[in-house]
Design a protein around this ligand. Structure first.
Ligand SMILES: NC(=O)C1=CN([C@@H]2O[C@H](COP(=O)(O)OP(=O)(O)OC[C@H]3O[C@@H](n4cnc5c(N)ncnc54)[C@H](OP(=O)(O)O)[C@@H]3O)[C@@H](O)[C@H]2O)C=CC1
Ligand SMILES: O=C(O)[C@H](O)CS(=O)(=O)O
Length: 491
């Protein structure tokens, strides 16, 4: 760890954004317990955050339940107006929100500010969707029958979100929920609650009514998850995180048949065909693989390169990666990548490298990592990757780029699809017949063609197979928070 402490209030223009209390029913509240939040780059404690119990979270759910009917009675435009104010306040405070995020999550400041804008875009987009929750009429099945279809809010929605995108994973859920007329209880990851609480500060300033948006930090995710799943006032569970935790929540939610949205793990293939623009493919690979230090569910996890261009791609990727800087996201050096979130995350990357080497892979860049301290680990490239290595079935969630070689389309599509996951996939090719065939053959919810970046608020983000259920973003995202009611009117 770096031997430096983080004086977070001194780094902020508006230190009141640094909130460590829970936000319930329009008030910031404390409890008898707190838990520590640390800076993953330096290891120092940056805040002691209110640690809500399961019973405390139950009270937040009560508040959301009481507020929901009135919130749903607002017109779409009225909800849109306060959501737009929330968006404006987030963007006005982008620098401070970025600093808070870098301090608790580690990503470089520029990347954190980028996430603030990305997260805010879901509020901006869904504020407009609030005005367009349309029903329909259907020609009756008899002369005296008239059919109407109404769209109505589900009710109280509850979220559990991961540490890797401390703002965007919350707003990608809360924005469509509020737009639909639902109320919301957000349980942020224990590693990164400060960003969520800063969102609450700004929601209150925007005029979002008490009880509509609640943030319930807690050190016990499992207890909060059980409360969300067992409390009958919660009608919607929305989760982003690992597939194993998604399975736990789905099992728990099954007893009351709760609506669930699941954005789960991935294992993205990144395929470079021999007709690709290799320089473009290298840039796309870097953008996908090393974004957030490889800690995203849509990062390239397996890089398949057709044999005729394998050596060229490997050398060009290495040449670019060698220039990438790793360091403290808050430092003036403005590194390309910060630390990994924890020592466990670091150990997983190192274990994947050891496993690959034991099965014949070769590290062509990254060997200098042994001298790095704390949670820092530099971008690493291995060649000679094969399907029997750990990263072929497990998500590395770190800056490791394994290069696999392949001969033809059928082989690489079979290898790419040989996983329980189906979230994001990418490939580079110029031949349009190949582009269509491969895009249709990949068993994934998202396919990036000649690009390594696919994340936007205007597109439906989500996975197939064991990468999840439902979609977030786009005009589809709000449907996850709406019920469809069929009204049959007899004249
Ligand atoms: N599809 C997607 O969009 C995304 C998927 N992921 C996936 O998540 C994993 C990495 O993120 P990570 O945060 O470690 O994932 P986890 O699934 O471990 O944690 C995600 C969230 O779930 C909470 N949690 C953990 N156990 C339980 C439980 N039993 N009941 C309820 N909640 C629980 C965690 O709390 P706490 O952290 O406090 O323990 C955290 O807030 C990777 O597999 C990655 O692919 C991550 C981000 C996005
Ligand atoms: O948590 C994640 O990995 C995000 O879902 C990826 S993205 O939407 O920010 O690309």
């Amino acid at each position: 760890m770096l031997d430096q402490t983080t004086n977070l209030p001194a780094l902020l223009k508006d230190a009141t954004l640094l909130e460590s209390r829970a936000y319930v029913n329009g008030s910031f509240i404390e409890s008898a317990k707190t838990f520590e939040v640390t800076n993953p780059a330096r290891g120092d404690v940056i805040a002691n955050v209110t640690d809500l119990s399961r019973a405390d979270v139950g009270k937040a759910i009560d508040a959301a339940f009481e507020a929901q009917k009135d919130w749903a009675s607002w017109t779409g435009k009225e909800r849109a107006n306060v959501m737009r104010k929330w968006f404006d306040l987030i963007m006005e405070n982008q620098d401070d929100l970025g600093t808070i995020m870098t301090a608790e999550q580690g990503k470089p400041l520029a990347e954190a500010k980028g996430e603030v804008a990305y997260g805010a875009s879901f509020i901006e987009f869904n504020a407009e969707e609030a005005k367009r929750v349309y029903g329909e009429t259907i020609p009756g099945h008899a002369r005296d029958k008239r059919i109407m279809v109404l769209k109505q809010p589900v009710g109280v929605a509850a979220s559990i979100t991961p540490w890797n995108f401390p703002i965007a994973m919350i707003t990608r859920k809360a924005a469509p929920a509020l737009a639909a007329g639902c109320t919301f209880v957000a349980r942020p990851a224990a590693e990164t609650p400060l960003s969520a609480l800063a969102l609450a500060v700004l929601a209150e300033r925007a005029g979002i009514p008490a009880g509509v948006f609640n943030v319930t930090p807690s050190s016990s995710a499992s207890e909060v998850g059980k409360e969300f799943c067992e409390n009958e006032k919660v009608r919607k569970i929305t989760f982003t995180g690992s597939t194993e935790v998604g399975r736990i929540l789905l099992r728990q939610a099954a007893d009351q048949v709760k609506k669930c949205s699941m954005e789960l793990g991935g294992n993205a293939p990144f395929i470079v065909f021999d007709d690709a623009d290799i320089d473009e493919a290298v840039e796309g690979c870097i953008a996908s693989k090393f974004r957030n230090n490889g800690q995203t569910c849509v990062c390239a996890n397996r890089i398949y390169v057709q044999s005729a261009v394998y050596d060229e791609f490997a050398e060009k990727l290495k040449a670019r990666v060698k220039d990438m800087k790793v360091g403290d996201g808050l430092s003036d050096e403005a590194p390309d990548m910060g630390p990994l979130i924890s020592s466990d995350a670091l150990e997983k990357v190192q274990a994947h490298i050891r496993d690959a080497q034991s099965k014949g892979a070769k590290v062509i860049w990254g060997s200098q990592n042994d001298e790095m301290e704390g949670n820092f680990f530099g971008p690493t490239i291995v060649t000679g990757a094969t399907q029997d290595m750990a990263f072929a079935t497990e998500e590395t969630f770190g800056p490791l780029a394994p290069l696999f070689s392949f001969e033809n389309e059928d082989d690489v599509i079979a290898m790419a699809n040989d996983t329980i996951f189906g979230l994001a996939s990418y490939f580079y090719a110029k031949d349009m017949s190949r582009v269509w065939k491969v895009a249709e053959a990949l068993e994934y919810g998202i396919v990036g063609v000649n690009t390594g970046l696919i994340s936007t608020e205007v597109a439906p983000f989500g996975g197939v197979k064991q990468s999840g259920l439902g979609r977030e973003g786009s005009h589809h995202g709000i449907e996850e928070f709406l019920e469809m009611k069929y009204v049959c009117l007899s004249l």
